[in-house]
Design a protein around this ligand. Structure first.
Ligand SMILES: Cc1ncc(COP(=O)(O)O)c(C=O)c1O
Length: 368
């Protein structure tokens, strides 16, 4: 299999050490050795989100959507409404889940790449006391924008409501603090800024914010129920059903690598990579979607020069063993692509990428 350099927002490149743990000895899950792994993962996740003992972490077998659905299907009581703040594709995906479970909802629906205004959240909550939860994406991967989680969290807290944040593309790449940011429940995956593999995901929740199951709150599903995951995790560090054992082992290893590097150092590495990439594309005269102050540490959205077609560009870069993704939604037609610096990626990789990008664009413009 040809090795490709992934400048993608997941799946991402992983270390040799991480790949080596995938060939672990066969392991059944109903055994102390596996429970030890789950215990360590859950403790490291709480550290990563800077959570205190009032929070609980669970691992879900399935991608980030599974974690989001586990949380959102389980935390809203009958009769409660949800306020969704969305400004991109992954806000849309949250909306899909909320719609599937039939919740009453209000949406602050912003054009992609527009910064949400916490005052609008305050107004919506003041106008409708039934809106018990506010939902938003931390890092809207489709644009690379960091949403104002802390400011929205303060509004949510001051109105006595609860906050769910999709941290799928933020965790490991941004400074998340569930206490400071007033996050009640959030989700994440290994296969983005944690530099892990696909196949499992996780939810971190303030215990007191997760309603108990009972006659007032019947289970809405079987596999993706948060209360059941918490019950099994807290009792025995187990999962309700057969977990993706290998992916849990890989998550454990990815967290160990992150703890060794240190979260602050990991974030600084990503910031350095992003700064190199942004300076490099700007030096080529390319327009970047977001001002640096609004952009994440790990995704840069860039418009191609006139005359270079997005699809051809992606194919040509791929031929040269570099993978980037095309922009989604309205940005696809605007010839936007995304460069991600998540995972096992170093400043030298970013400089090498810029050289290939420069040559690719020059060749395409010459032959265009
Ligand atoms: C912010 C965000 N939320 C949710 C998802 C969906 O995750 P998955 O594709 O792993 O289900 C993604 C995927 O890129 C994402 O970036």
């Amino acid at each position: 299999m040809e090795k490709k350099m992934l400048f993608t927002p997941g799946p991402v490149m992983t270390s040799r050490r991480l790949k080596s743990v995938l060939a672990h000895p066969d392991m059944p899950h109903r055994q102390p050795a596996f429970e030890q792994i789950v215990r360590r993962i859950r403790a490291n996740l709480l550290t990563l989100f800077r959570a205190d003992a009032g929070y609980v972490a669970v691992v879900v077998s399935g991608s980030g959507t599974a974690a989001n659905e586990t949380a959102l299907s389980s935390i809203v009581r009958p009769g409660e409404g949800v306020l969704l703040v969305k400004n991109g594709e992954f806000g849309n995906r949250l909306e899909d889940i909320l719609a599937c479970y039939g919740y009453e909802r209000r949406t602050i629906d912003l054009p992609w790449g527009t910064m949400p205004d916490p005052a609008a959240v305050a107004a919506a909550l003041a106008a409708n006391p039934r809106l018990a939860w506010v939902c938003m994406v931390y890092h809207e991967t489709s644009t690379g924008m960091i949403n104002p989680v802390r400011a929205v969290g303060e509004v949510v807290r001051s109105h006595g409501r609860k906050l769910f944040i999709d941290c799928v593309s933020a965790v490991g790449g941004q400074d998340i603090d569930v206490l400071r940011d007033h996050i009640d429940v959030c989700s994440g995956v290994p296969n983005k800024a944690l530099a892990g593999t696909t196949g499992c995901s996780f939810v971190v929740a303030r215990r007191a914010s997760v309603p108990a199951l009972g006659p007032d709150l019947p289970r809405r599903n079987v596999y993706l129920n948060l209360q059941k995951h918490i019950e099994w995790a807290e009792k025995t560090n187990q999962t309700p059903n057969t977990p993706a054992v290998t992916m849990f082992i890989a998550l454990d290893a990815a967290l160990e690598e992150l703890m060794e590097e240190g979260l602050d150092a990991r974030i600084r590495r990503y910031q350095e990579c992003a700064a190199i990439l942004r300076a490099g594309v700007r030096a080529l005269g390319l327009r970047v979607l977001l001002p640096d102050a609004q952009a994440s540490n790990t995704v840069t959205s860039v418009f191609l020069p006139a005359g270079v077609m997005l699809k051809d560009f992606i194919t040509e870069l791929d031929r040269r063993a570099y993978v980037v993704y095309a922009g989604k939604g309205p940005f696809y037609d605007q010839n936007m692509f995304q460069i991600a610096n998540m995972g096992w990626i170093r400043p030298a990789d970013c400089r090498a990428f810029l050289k290939v990008l420069t040559r690719t664009l020059a060749d395409m413009q010459k032959h265009g």
